[in-house]
Ligand binder design. Structure first.
Ligand code: SF4
Length: 240
């Protein structure tokens, strides 16, 4: 098998996806607060269901941290019913809102203030917020360059042997024990190979990179019967 050059391939992948889809201007959400709610509500459900839940919150005029936190959990669950797992998600939303309101006076800018690692740890300490949710909030609501890994990313990387090659090069040693989960390994791989930009340019690049992977995952790289012939990443498929 011809081993891929991961850094070159990952950078080329973005060019190919961007040429096909254009800049995605992601994440869908009018405000940073909506993005945070969406990141929790989208766990295990399609985005269209999340949109309905957020529309309900808007119609009830409670799309604001303190108002939402003041709602009884049962009422919140009722309003987000369309997002599925509504009792669990209502509890998770309230856990997030409790920290936001009680520790940061409902001010997202204060919640996101500080270095990326510290803010990430702050989010991960909240019940119901895992790495993907935390990174989505950081990247799309908090202005922190923190690469998001999702199921599409994992599938695409596996099919292109990008994670395998990186593992052969010993990149696990770059990760450190605290990030040594599969999620952490892929995240470190992406952040270390896609590090050619800095500041706002890096933020935009990583925001758009994840959005492009979602497009490929949704429309081409299906779990069964991937549509490689039409996919923009076909030129980067392993040769054998
Ligand atoms: S659909 Fe095929 S070419 Fe596209 S990302 Fe998946 S495996 Fe690669």
């Amino acid at each position: 098998m011809v081993a891929p050059n991961v850094k070159r391939d990952l950078r080329r992948a973005y060019e190919l996806m961007r040429a096909r889809f254009g800049h995605r201007h992601w994440w869908p959400g009018e405000t940073a607060f909506e993005v945070c709610l969406g990141a929790i509500l989208t766990q295990n459900t399609a985005w269209t269901n999340v949109e309905r839940a957020i529309a309900n919150l808007k119609a009830a005029r409670v799309l604001e941290a303190k108002k939402l936190f003041a709602l009884p959990e049962s009422k919140l669950a009722e309003l987000i019913h369309s997002a599925g797992y509504f009792n669990v998600k209502a509890r998770r939303l309230r856990s997030f809102l409790r920290v936001l309101v009680e520790d940061f006076d409902g001010d997202l800018r204060r919640l996101f203030a500080g270095g990326t690692a510290a803010v990430r740890a702050r989010l991960l300490a909240i019940n119901g917020i895992g790495p993907e949710t935390a990174d989505s909030m950081l990247l799309y609501a908090g202005g922190h360059s923190s690469f998001v890994i999702d199921a599409y990313t994992k599938r695409i990387f596996q099919r292109h042997h990008w994670s395998r090659k990186a593992e052969a090069r010993g990149w696990q040693t770059e990760v450190g024990n605290s990030m040594a989960s599969d999620y952490g390994k892929l995240k470190t791989l992406c952040e270390s190979r896609l590090n050619q930009k800095t500041g706002a340019a890096r933020l935009d690049y990583w925001q758009d990179y994840h959005a492009q992977l979602v497009m490929v995952g949704k429309h081409f790289c299906r779990a069964r019967a991937p549509l490689c012939e039409q996919c923009p990443l076909k030129p980067l498929l392993p040769k054998n």
